[in-house]
Design a protein around this ligand. Structure first.
Ligand SMILES: C[S@@+](CC[C@H](N)C(=O)[O-])C[C@H]1O[C@@H](n2cnc3c(N)ncnc32)[C@H](O)[C@@H]1O
Length: 202
């Protein structure tokens, strides 16, 4: 991890009020679209969105899922998400503090699908592996991960990410962690040589 969780949380809280207006890169928008498409919850499903931020993925899934739960470390991002839920009267969504490795889910809540978009790359590769083990232990039938990830060798002249705060993994590292945790990879979406979506099922 290049920054502590508290540092990441503070950084995102400071940016929370303008975050939605600034997410207009083609790669980000394609990842959002692909994560939502592959998550494909039914009306009986509970979805957990990790690193939910202001709820870009979570809100998209409320029309088809029974219930969507968003977890994040940034109070500022969570406040933005909760305000949107209140203003738009979205009743089957809830937000609270939670992190990849401690998602803050009651033991009596069954999670059917887990999503995460553009958040896991803040963890080191070892931490990603621990997070994926925690995700697997929640026993979702599907985990859809959209994120910064390297399909080849990133061109140092064209960083798609900020090396001072981001720590992306190669696709191979993520696939190894997912399969070691018991997932089978059922789809890979190439969005950009440094961004993509992995669909994992168990
Ligand atoms: C770039 S934003 C993405 C938000 C949202 N998923 C989206 O697609 O717009 C990354 C989010 O991950 C959160 N985050 C970073 N590290 C986290 C962790 N260890 N556990 C949970 N959330 C984390 C940040 O607070 C931030 O809200």
């Amino acid at each position: 991890m290049k920054k502590t969780l508290d540092e990441h949380a503070e950084r995102f809280s400071e940016a929370a009020s303008t975050y939605d207006d600034e997410q207009d890169s083609a790669a980000y928008c394609m990842c959002v679209r692909d994560v939502v498409t592959h998550a494909a919850p039914t009306s009986r499903d509970t979805v957990l969105d990790l690193g939910t931020g202001t709820g870009a993925i979570a809100f998209e899934l409320t029309s088809t899922a029974d219930r969507v739960i968003g977890r994040d470390i940034s109070t500022g991002m969570l406040e933005q998400a909760q305000t949107k839920a209140n203003v738009e009267h979205v009743e089957n969504i809830s937000f609270a503090e939670g992190r990849f490795r401690e998602p803050n889910i009651d033991s009596d809540t069954d999670i059917d699908i887990i999503t995460s978009n553009f958040a896991m790359h803040h963890l080191s590769d070892d931490e990603k592996r621990d997070a994926i083990a925690v995700i697997s232990a929640l026993e979702p039938r599907r985990f859809v991960l959209g994120d910064v990830m390297f399909f080849g060798s990133p061109n140092p002249e064209e960083p798609f990410y900020d090396p001072s705060v981001d720590d992306p993994a190669t696709v191979g590292t993520l696939v190894d962690a997912l399969t070691d945790a018991g997932f089978a990879i059922t789809d890979v979406e190439f969005v950009h040589e440094q961004a993509g979506v992995l669909v994992a099922e168990q």
